[in-house]
Design a protein around this ligand. Structure first.
Ligand code: HEC
Length: 121
């Protein structure tokens, strides 16, 4: 528990450093998405359990087989894997999703999945 909160404080610090140039600080309370608080950023990220649900909640309404906004399809492992680096850029820049910038923990989960080799697990 102590270790976990230490890690969380670490991410919070990194998060606030990343967002320090913006006036509003992103907290998980703003867009009260219940899944936000349960994302565990300390483990190996799972495509099936972490990334696919994130994509379907946040991205596939506009990026799917029938509607590929900007040619981007995020509806399967192969597609998410293919568009991962452009997606994380758009997410970090606050361009995607259009509804507002992701909270730091979601960004960490997606970045970590990419850093861990975009596992199909
Ligand atoms: C409400 C619809 C909508 C949602 C939700 C959405 N997008 Fe998009 N996305 C768009 C549209 C429209 C464009 C084209 C924007 C443009 O070209 O100006 C786009 C463009 C993109 C691009 C290309 C950016 C570029 O620089 O060419 C990427 C990558 C992307 N979206 C990823 C995502 C990811 C990842 C998510 C989820 C976190 C997401 N989008 C959620 C509508 C959406």
């Amino acid at each position: 528990m102590k270790k976990l909160s230490y890690v969380f404080v670490g991410f919070t610090l990194i998060g606030s450093m990343m967002f320090s140039c913006k006036k509003e600080t992103t907290t998980s309370t703003t867009t009260s998405n219940p899944t936000t608080t349960t994302l565990d950023t300390t483990k190996t990220i799972s495509y099936k359990n972490d990334i696919a649900p994130l994509m379907s909640q946040e991205c596939t309404s506009c990026h799917n087989n029938a509607n590929t906004s900007a040619g981007v399809n995020l509806s399967s492992y192969a597609n998410v894997s293919k568009f991962a680096s452009s997606s994380i850029s758009a997410i970090n820049a606050g361009i995607m999703p259009p509804s507002g910038k992701w909270s730091a923990d979601k960004i960490v989960v997606f970045s970590k999945w990419i850093a861990q080799g975009k596992l199909n697990n």
